[in-house]
Design a protein around this ligand. Structure first.
Ligand code: ZN
Ligand code: ZN
Ligand code: FE
Length: 748
């Protein structure tokens, strides 16, 4: 029997785009439609989810409303297109339809932390997945990191090798089950297992025995390399001074703070509401927050003077089991040596981490896409990677597909189309073989996922960046347009685009390390005016100084101090005199002119004896910020004339106060205020745009950011800062795509 069409009866087709596959969307629609007494079907197609529902008009409105409001936690609905159809009266129930052989634009969700329901089962002795370290469902588990190609289903992931048992199969096929089409579904009978390979790579203990051994090693002060979602970590007891010291020694990492995994972040750091939301969100990033004075941690976790600490909650079932057993905070640092990409497979782990770790806790579910932990401060993202990639960031104006190759360090690429930008995970230093291989294979996956070929390529102006070389080669090979974007212009465009600023010119203060300038010198302390057509003007910049020895000056900030002291007519301190005489001889051959604000901070840091040699990127500036803390100080003055910021006067003031014996903290504070003051005055010197974007790696310095922002506020500017992409070079690919979008629009 069929139901005759009635007057109030309607049929509607809803096409839902965004991250809607592999996140439990179809069961959600199925359940909701049945509750509302609607008939019809829901299915996945190559673009997203399609619903055709028939019934009472009010119920159909309610269905659309609930899809908008109550979509599953991991779903990101980007748009719902609704069309009226003729009611058929031919259906009796609501069903999940068969998906057409999908190839195309279906998006891959990001990896997600273990959900509460899975966690409950993990700890329930009666559950068949009790203590199973790979428990997951449609609301949680591995995603991007295990995907080989699209469409996103099990056969195209590294779960392909695990044949489902009858019970898993039943759950997977039952639309009423929360594991309906959970592609990585697994259980102890049919899924991946833990293993503890011996140092020579031969398999050792498995399952619970492997876990118990890893726990025992950490418990007695050892270091364990642990395979996670997007790669390996090195873990040890964060309260054990000797253990953390050994990890530092073996990893050759003297000072860079370690991140800590703990089920109880408020015991270690001050957690306010935004921090809390970040910590517990499904992306589970490392959150940088203010360290509590009474935090029980080994001193070696973070060196002296560091007011903040990076903490994260356990995010895989294995992490939960480890934290439950050990009941103390764990150091969880990248499984690598110094700054190399982290290890993702067993062979690499044994080779590179074997010498560091006392044991390796591996498993047999392969990781295909390297995804390091994301790092955020409540105010802005520092590294956008696991849990965020490949979710898009809006990019208005990106109509034709754009591929932006990014920068070189902290590399990411970006594929933009249809008003959305998809950034890669953090790739690290592209000069490494592993990072470059990830760049190419991840890009291939993204293009497949988005079903597009690049119509335009964008890259940095720098002649030697590997990303730029790749883009130039591709452009020549494919005969497509290449847009080269100046590094700091890309930073500026990124900040403007993520704030959806368009339609009028804007200013951007770019406080950065080094980047290749349009005139062939090194830039990095820039006031730019950005226009709607994707062009820019350099309105002001730090007065350039020679950068003695090029990149060597970045590792040895005392060189920057010496160069600035000479520019400021001050003597070079005796402790550097001998080295400086040698370096100085090479000035004529290797000392590019440089207007970088990062190098200015290096100079002040070295001069104050904070850091004369850098162990990691930006360390001198970071430690200078700690020294300045929130000490009140009047700004040092410096001239800002005809677009030149006489920054050497700030260094001269630092020198003079140091000689006069003023407290170092006060000097550091007056320096921060002085830089902010000069930057704000540079803006004020230009009539016109009343909007200023603050971007570039140096604006990760909260004191500098707030000091600059408050001055611009009181001058009446609208101030824009980053919330979606990093202010550092991790956001450059997005900015390149934004500039390219503007230029194409102009030509269209
Ligand atoms: Zn779950
Ligand atoms: Zn099973
Ligand atoms: Fe930069």
């Amino acid at each position: 029997m069929t139901i005759a069409p009635q007057a109030s009866r309607e049929r509607r087709r809803l096409e839902i785009g965004g991250v809607v596959q592999g996140v439990g969307f179809r069961p959600f629609v199925h359940r909701t439609a049945r509750e509302l007494g609607l008939v019809g079907f829901v299915l996945n197609d190559g673009h997203g989810v399609v619903v055709e529902a028939e019934g009472d008009a009010g119920a159909l409105d309610e269905l659309a409303g609930r899809i908008g409001r109550g979509a599953p936690a991991l779903a990101q609905v980007e748009g719902v297109a609704v069309r009226r159809l003729e009611p058929t009266g031919a259906e009796r129930g609501f069903r999940i339809g068969r998906s057409p052989v999908a190839h195309g634009t279906a998006q891959i969700p990001p990896d997600a932390a273990t959900c509460d329901e899975c966690l409950r089962e993990l700890r329930e002795p009666e559950d068949r997945r009790f203590r199973y370290p790979f428990i997951n469902c449609t609301a949680c588990g591995p995603r991007l990191t295990i995907v080989e190609r699209v469409p996103y289903d099990r056969a195209n992931t590294t779960m392909r090798g695990f044949a489902m048992c009858a019970e898993c199969r039943r759950e997977y096929e039952d639309p009423g089950d929360r594991r309906y089409h959970a592609e990585p579904i697994a259980c102890p009978r049919c899924g991946p297992q833990l293993m503890l390979p011996a140092g020579d790579g031969t398999p050792g203990e498995r399952g619970e025995a492997a876990l118990a051994e890893a726990v025992a090693v950490i418990d007695r002060g050892g270091i364990v390399a642990i395979k996670g979602l997007g790669g390996y970590h090195l873990a040890c007891d964060a309260t054990d001074e000797a253990a953390v010291g050994r990890l530092r020694e073996r990893k050759h990492r003297e000072a860079k703070p370690f991140a800590v995994m703990t089920p109880d972040p408020p015991a270690l750091v001050e957690v306010d509401a935004p921090d809390g939301a970040l910590l517990t969100g499904f992306a589970r990033p490392i959150v940088l927050a203010r360290r509590r004075a009474d935090a029980t941690l080994a001193a070696a976790v973070a060196p002296d003077g560091n007011p903040s600490l990076g903490v994260m909650l356990p995010y895989t079932p294995l992490h939960h089991l480890l934290c439950d057993e050990l009941a103390r905070p764990l150091v969880m640092t990248s499984g690598n040596r110094s700054d190399e990409p982290i290890a993702i497979d067993e062979e690499d782990a044994v080779r590179r981490l074997g010498p560091i770790a006392d044991a390796i806790l591996a498993h047999d579910r392969p990781i295909l896409r390297r995804c390091e932990d994301s790092v955020v401060r409540a105010a802005f993202p520092v590294r956008r990677s696991r849990g965020f990639a490949p979710s898009p960031v809006p990019l208005p104006g990106a109509t034709r597909p754009i591929v932006a190759a990014g920068a070189e360090l902290k590399a990411t690429f970006c594929v933009a189309r249809d008003g959305q930008a998809y950034l890669s995970p953090h790739l690290g230093d592209l000069n490494g073989e592993r990072a470059y291989a990830s760049f190419r294979s991840d890009l291939e996956l993204y293009l497949e996922m988005l079903g597009c070929e690049p119509a335009v390529l964008a890259c940095d102006l720098h002649p030697d960046f590997l990303s730029g070389r790749w883009a130039r080669e591709q452009a020549a090979e494919r005969g497509i347009e290449l847009i080269e974007v100046q590094h700091h212009h890309a930073h500026a465009a990124a900040c403007l685009a993520e704030n959806r600023h368009e339609g009028s010119p804007a200013l951007a203060l770019v406080a950065d390390g080094t980047g290749y300038g349009s005139d062939g010198t090194i830039w990095g302390g820039e006031l730019l005016r950005c226009d709607e057509d994707g062009s820019f003007q350099r309105l002001a910049h730090l007065e350039p100084v020679p950068l003695p020895g090029g990149d060597a000056a970045i590792r040895e900030p005392w060189r920057c101090a010496a160069a600035y002291l000479e520019a400021g007519g001050r003597p070079v301190p005796q402790r550097w005199e001998q080295d400086w005489r040698l370096v100085r001889q090479s000035l004529a051959v290797n000392a590019p002119l440089c207007s970088s604000l990062g190098r200015l901070f290096d100079a002040a840091s070295a001069l104050l004896g904070v850091r004369e040699r850098a162990e990691y990127e930006a360390q001198p500036a970071i430690e200078l910020e700690w020294l300045a803390a929130d000490i009140a100080a009047q700004p040092y003055g410096c001239r800002v004339e005809r677009g030149a910021i006489a920054a050497h006067e700030l260094i001269a003031a630092v020198h003079d106060d140091r000689v006069a014996g003023r407290a170092r903290g006060e000097i550091a504070a007056a320096f921060h205020e002085g830089v902010a003051d000069a930057l704000a005055r540079a803006c004020a010197a230009h009539p016109g745009p009343r909007v200023v974007a603050l971007t570039g790696g140096c604006f990760q310095n909260l004191r500098l950011l707030e000091a600059t922002r408050s001055r611009l506020d009181s001058l009446g500017y609208e101030v824009l800062t980053h919330t979606h992409v990093p202010a550092n070079d991790g956001g450059v690919s997005y900015g390149q795509a934004a500039v390219a979008a503007r230029r194409i629009e102009r030509c269209a």
